[in-house]
Design a protein around this ligand. Structure first.
Ligand code: C5P
Length: 279
């Protein structure tokens, strides 16, 4: 069998339909209960066999292309798990970055999960059952979710997963304000508020993020007024989203509220994620 020379995959973004922060763990991470949902907004990653050292290229100059990129860390983990030695080499990854960064949409984590899948195929690595999930969890709390996608309940750091029945397809308006939020900062703000008890939103991080960035509450309110049957901050932000039953309603709301980074995109089932991942 001739070796595959190139693989192109889509790495889908997620939104958090809800997110509860249940407490702080001894390791400083937060105990969560969250519902993840895949959406069709996606980065596109092309893995090409090349000579020489491992390389990442990205069309977004703000995206790091060195060892700090989760794609690099994911590749290094598969390299090691496949029993390869020496410096990481032989592949160039081209990332078409469509998922805004620092937005709570999981772009970096989804890219990492896509890399784990693509490189195990390209390097024909046969890993013992469960090892891919373990590697994913070591890369970041929500990386394991992206190995499956769809609708799933996440516990613990968000890495203990229970697949749920897919929700009926909804059209999602995603609005990304002109600033990013670091996940670490958002959880730090939650700590500083001493775990607010009165819940005012379906995402427990919304209140603390909106305190620093009031536009978040304004956008959630505006999406609801425009007919969203659910609207919230996604993850630790800065993106907010609204769910609509009809595409035309979503498009009308997006036109009214449009900023430079507004997307209208459908939710995806787990099966659709699998089917559409390979380009
Ligand atoms: O795991 P990941 O690198 O994506 O997390 C980024 C940061 O977000 C962590 O360093 C931690 O500060 C915070 N975090 C948390 N509790 C979680 C997930 C993330 O405190 N469940």
């Amino acid at each position: 069998m001739r070796p595959i020379t190139s693989l192109t995959v889509q790495a889908f973004a997620k939104i958090n339909l809800d997110l509860r922060v249940l407490g702080v763990r001894p390791d400083g991470y937060h105990e969560l209960r969250t519902t993840f949902q895949s959406i069709a907004l996606a980065d596109v990653l092309t893995f090409t066999r090349t000579r020489g050292p491992f390389r990442i290229e990205c069309d977004d100059p703000a995206c790091p292309t060195g060892r700090t990129n989760l794609v690099w860390k994911a590749a290094a983990s598969v390299w090691k798990a496949a029993g390869r030695t020496g410096a990481l080499r032989g592949v160039t990854v081209r990332i078409e970055k469509n998922i805004p960064m620092q937005a709570g949409l999981g772009g970096g984590s989804s890219d990492a999960a896509a890399t784990l899948g693509a490189l195990t195929t390209l390097w024909r690595a046969t890993l013992p059952a469960g090892q891919l999930q373990q590697i994913a969890a070591s890369l970041g709390a929500d990386v394991p979710y992206f190995l499956e996608g769809g609708t799933a309940l996440g516990f613990s750091r968000g890495d203990i997963l229970f697949p749920l029945d897919d929700i009926s397809r909804a059209w999602v308006v995603v609005i990304v304000p002109g600033f990013g939020v670091s996940t670490k900062d958002a959880f730090g703000w939650w700590d500083a508020e001493h775990a607010p008890t009165r819940r005012t939103a379906s995402n427990d991080l919304e209140k603390v993020v909106a305190k620093r960035h009031p536009i978040v509450s304004r956008l959630v309110g505006a999406l609801k007024r425009e007919g969203a049957f659910h609207a919230s901050l996604s993850g630790s932000g800065s993106a907010v989203f609204g769910l609509f039953s009809r595409r035309s309603e979503a498009q009308a709301a997006a036109r009214l509220l449009a900023g430079p980074r507004t997307f209208v995109t459908p939710t995806l089932t787990r099966r659709a994620c699998r089917r559409l991942a390979a380009k």
